[in-house]
Design a protein around this ligand. Structure first.
Ligand code: S3P
Length: 453
């Protein structure tokens, strides 16, 4: 789905304390991978807790177009019947990727390792995003790409019947690039090795193991890792279902909201606590937040915990360690909001990847925060926010730039800023958190977030 056409502005007003338990939708990264790998492996995979957001629905449609049988059984429960490794077919039409970089890059990897051709297109945001980062390694495995200017979408991928296994050192910390190479490497002629100097989310590795594929991880010097994957392994649906944890990236929004709305008491159950994803919660704790992790457990190979948050204290500014950036790459917009309410300075560096997300998140956040009265200083890959321990003024109209996380960040900000905050369009929220507004209003106990008049 694209978000062309009419925009629907929404506004958030000062809320009282947030109270209650909120079920956060399934993790987007894990949901994508469950449908891709379930749609590839022999046999039937049942997925519980699938995120039914637009991005994941685009992955479902694409896998169907390439021959997999993907069905919704009930709300959140889906089945995927795979075609068997090597048996994907060319889709008859260009595939709609909407806003989803993860769908595009991972599926391009899958196509690259099959003797098929597939075209991809997306919305205005996705069309601006760089594909060169996957094209370079996938071409060296034998795939061929036709792209629009600058290596952008629309893009056609001609896959390789006998892909060459490669060793590739990631030039950017990107789980999408790592995953694209691994998915092509499933049919490689030897061992594909991806080296990452800054470890990124490892859901592809974890889920491949669920399907019986051996993935070896070698620890190298200075925290770097080499991931080794031998091509041609059997991939079969496990007899156990996949249980998708609740998305820590989505949880970050009600979490920050609870911390800035004084007197809040919020519980977020079963949140994914993969150490490659939980940087935001470490930061909030370091900022002095009243936050505890209860019943920490492992479900279907992924750590999860119930998060308890209380809005009892003014947050303190921190310096975010640069090595933590990959583990909270999607959560910086939410962190910037928290930092705007904090007392003292919050410094973030190593943010260059924020510039190539669904929007240039550094520039778009800075513009919005400044218009809400927040004092800050932006560099090419850094941001310093000067908090004074008081709620920012708010009172601005924010350009969301087709970016769900920008939209949710400013709606959270409006719940505690002096004046209401308006976003120009609510539509992007549906990509990752379809019931965000209802959930927040339930916690607030009043319609604090609503359509702008
Ligand atoms: C994702 C990886 C990250 C993240 C994105 C989801 C994934 O992107 O920002 O939302 O599921 O692999 P990069 O790989 O570009 O860092």
């Amino acid at each position: 789905m694209t978000h062309a056409g009419e925009k629907t502005p929404f506004q958030s007003l000062k809320s009282g304390p947030l109270k209650g338990t909120a079920a956060i939708p399934g993790d987007k990264s894990t949901s994508h991978r469950s449908l891709m790998l379930g749609g590839l492996a022999k046999g039937k995979t049942i997925v519980h807790g699938l995120l039914e957001g637009e991005d994941v629905l685009n992955t479902a449609a694409a896998m169907r177009a390439m021959g997999a049988k993907i069905e919704k059984l009930k709300d959140g429960i889906w089945s995927a019947e795979g075609v068997g490794l090597g048996n994907l077919k060319s889709p008859s039409q260009s595939m709609e990727m909407g806003n989803s970089g993860t769908s595009t890059r991972l599926l391009a990897g899958l196509v690259s390792g099959h003797p098929i051709t597939a075209s991809f297109h997306g919305d205005a945001s996705l069309t601006k995003r760089p594909m060169g980062r996957i094209i370079t390694p996938l071409e060296s495995m034998g795939a061929k790409f036709e792209t629009s200017e600058g290596g952008r979408l629309p893009m056609t991928v001609h896959g390789e019947a006998n892909p060459k296994s490669i060793t590739y050192k990631l030039p950017v910390a990107s789980a999408q690039v790592k995953s694209a190479i691994m998915l092509a490497g499933l049919r490689g002629d030897g061992v594909t090795t991806v080296i990452e100097t800054k470890p990124t989310r490892d859901h592809t590795e974890n889920m491949l193991r669920h399907f019986g594929v051996k993935v070896d991880v070698e620890n190298l010097a200075d925290g770097a890792q080499a991931i080794h994957l031998k091509g041609g392994q059997d991939m079969v649906a496990g007899d156990k279902p996949i249980y998708v944890p609740s998305d820590p990236s989505s949880a970050a929004f009600p979490a920050v909201a609870a911390l800035i709305c004084e007197g809040s008491e919020v519980i977020l159950p079963r949140i994914g606590m993969n150490p490659r994803r939980n940087g935001i919660f470490l930061c909030l704790k370091e900022m002095g937040a009243d936050i505890t992790f209860e019943d920490e457990r492992t479900e279907a190979g992924e750590p999860v915990a119930d998060i308890y948050l209380r809005g009892t204290k003014t947050l303190q500014g921190i310096t975010v360690p640069e090595e933590r950036v990959p583990s909270m790459i999607d959560e910086f917009p939410a962190l910037f909001v928290a930092a705007s309410f904090a007392s003292g300075v919050t410094r973030c560096t190593g943010l260059e990847e924020l510039r190539v997300k669904e929007s240039d998140r550094l520039a778009v956040m800075v513009k919005g925060l400044e218009s809400c009265g927040v004092k800050l200083e932006m560099g090419q890959d850094s941001l310093t926010i000067y908090g004074n321990g008081q709620p920012p003024r708010g009172g601005a109209l924010i350009e969301t730039a087709l970016d769900h996380r920008i939209a949710m960040s400013f709606l959270v900000m409006g719940l505690a800023s002096e004046q209401a905050v308006t976003i120009d369009d609510i539509a992007p929220v549906a990509t990752s958190f379809p019931h965000f507004v209802d959930l927040m209003n339930r916690l607030s106990g009043s319609p604090s977030i609503k359509k702008a008049a």
